[in-house]
Design a protein around this ligand. Sequence first.
Ligand code: GCU
Length: 837
Amino acid sequence: MQNIWLLVYLGLSFVAAETGLDGWLRYASLPCSTQCHSRLPVGIVTLNSTKTSPVYVAGSEIQSGLKSIYNADASVTHNQCNSSSSVIVGTVEQYRRACGSLVGIPELAEDGFWLSTRGKEIQILGQNERGALYGAFEYLSMLAQGNFSQVAYSTNPAGPLRWVNQWDNMDGSIERGYGGESIFFENGTIVDDLTRVHQYARLLASIRINAVVVNNVNANATLLTPQNIDGLGRIAEVFRPYGVKIGISLSFAAPQTLGGLGSYDPQDPTVIGWWSNITDQIYTRVPDMAGYLVKADSEGEPGPQTYNRTLAEGANLFAKAIQPFGGIVMFRAFVYNQLNESNWKADRAKAAVEFFKPLDGKFEDNVVIQIKYGPIDFQVREPTSPLFANLFKTNIAIELEVTQEYLGQQSHLVYLPPLWKTVLDFDLRVDHEQSLVRDIVTGKRFNRTLGGSAAVVNVGTNNTWLGSHFSMSNLYAYGRLAWNPAVDAQDVLQDWIRLTFGLDRAVLDTITNISMQSWPAYENYSGNLGIQTLTDILYTHYGPNPASQDNNGWGQWTRADSTSIGMDRTVQNGTGYAGQYSAEVAASYERIQSTPDDLLLWFHHVNYTHRLHSGKTVIQHFYDAHYSGAESTQGFLYQWESLNGKIDDERYNHIRRRLDYQTGHSIVWRDAINDFYYNLSGIPDTVGRVGHHPWRIEAEDMELTGYETYKVSPFETASGSVAIVTSSNDTVGTALTTLDFPSGKYDLAINYYDLSGGQSSWQICLNDREVGQWVGDAEDHLSHTPSIYLDGHSATRIKFRGVKIEKGDILKIVGSPNGIEPAPLDYISVLPQGVVD
Ligand code: GCU
């Protein structure tokens, strides 16, 4: 689309506080030039007058959007054709019936739409009502960005399935959710007040999502009680006017656990009858339900293998029950077993192909295999799942994760589309022909009729939805990519920025810059070269803990020892995983020379001294990347602060707090990973940074009263592996030191641990003059899973900037414990201006 920006970059500043609840649909007020006035419609015609129809809703959305953005009044009428200077919205069919012939509109695919602002009327015409609503949101998005270009085009989805998954539990909690409690469930049943569901429906429709699975894949069978089926009906009624269908996750064992049958064997006629009866009941209440999502024989969830039935037999059980209603079964490929690391050939990454490839062609036509983008589990970088190149007679969809489970849990800014694009744009070279993942998953490459994507989203009751304003860029971009996986990640981001924060050029440039740098930065300070995220995989998937990857059955191994690191996944010497790709791709991963550096340790086991294509050794790359990742993160904060006054205070401060926290936590990550591998390999950093911190004073080296030393585990998450804690939970501790730095201005950075289960307070003084104080209350402000231990999750940094220090000053920190939190301290850095450490 060619854009003519009539109102671009006006330098508007927003004073009204904003909670984030409206997301990108806030429709902030913009001034309207004469030209804009001449192009605003004076009326809106909807070609359906039923209030619950998407076309009617489209009319109301346009009306309120025009009012909100341009203070323009446009009246809504229905089913009239004489619509000069009006917007006319409906389906192509409704238009033909009401207004006669239509010329020049290309054939539309399901959910597609035509948008024309060129003629005497503005036409928004969908292939169906859902498409018409999408067109209305597209038009509004243009208006909200001050874009009055004259356009006439049609657009169609790349694939029919554009789903989101919520991992909401019946008790109201959300697995891997960082934005509060469920908007759907509480106390085992569906909430009474569905206001937030209504707001979510608008957001989803505006990014063209057509189905939402409302409950966790680790499903609770009690969702299927009559009372809860009725509740599902209420939820569906809220989504329906927005063209969003609902789906539900099923527990495979429900016939036994809920139905009281003796078995859940998919071949048992009573089990088959039970599912068919339940399906009838659900469709009686929700006649347009999109379908079922099933996680079976995975991570302890029951499945058909209990009865020696195949996964296809399991999936087909549901497919047959739901087929008469037009429903589909999204069956997850996330199936693997616990393994033993002493077996060099064992490899969890191979599991999906091993389980599913032999079943290709054995699934019913309404089954779709939902495949995570990589073969392990939403890591910071993974190669494309090879299962995409192994199913030709089976429908598939890609599974992405908007919720940042392994990627900073919304407490770190990580704009994810550049990561997703590494997979969507990857060419799997099936049969030596171009086979882009995005063409495979949408069904185009292997001529499948069903295909598309699902993303685990996990919005909650928090006003920001996901726990952080910035994380909404990932949800917005997911929708845009689900519609067209070929779009540019930065273009989409910039639409989101304009819609969310306005049209100021500095705002646009700054948020673009930090967002586009955020995933590379996160990868740099977490796990590099394809070694996975290196987060704690046994506890909360948040802070650093590289040792947790190995010596357990989960199969997320690094095989790091004192000389070497990486998984040998070659066919020749290793697990054979590389051989699951097509010949061309397999050949390139088989050899170190043709494996890209950023996946080297995914495919090869090499010495730390191995030289990368870049010329650096593996270990030096680790050290350098961690320093550079943490350094760019410090820049995010300063760049954001340059926007002070250009963003409303509420959102400005919310984001500033998170970026400030991220600057500190990126240093926790940097030092933990570097210290861990330095300790393991004994190979020093050639630039002398790792383990050498000239501006740092260890808390355990200070003069302590009421404080005692504490050995932190994992060791690398404390500087020098030791911290201090108060000697009891009602003793106030004091740590004193004499500063031996040249007089001048410094930033004081204090690393401490912020545990949940208590809110200690600290005060820092210079010669008994208070420089600052703070409270360990991150659990009330940040979104990540809290920890009750001193570890990489709770390790936190606070900074006091520009403090004047004289050589010989006495620095004192007083820590007052609270609850289980013993005012823990790790170290203090006295940083000359510009030094990051
Ligand atoms: C990850 C995640 C689990 C989730 C699982 C899944 O392992 O940590 O919480 O249940 O993925 O995708 O099923």
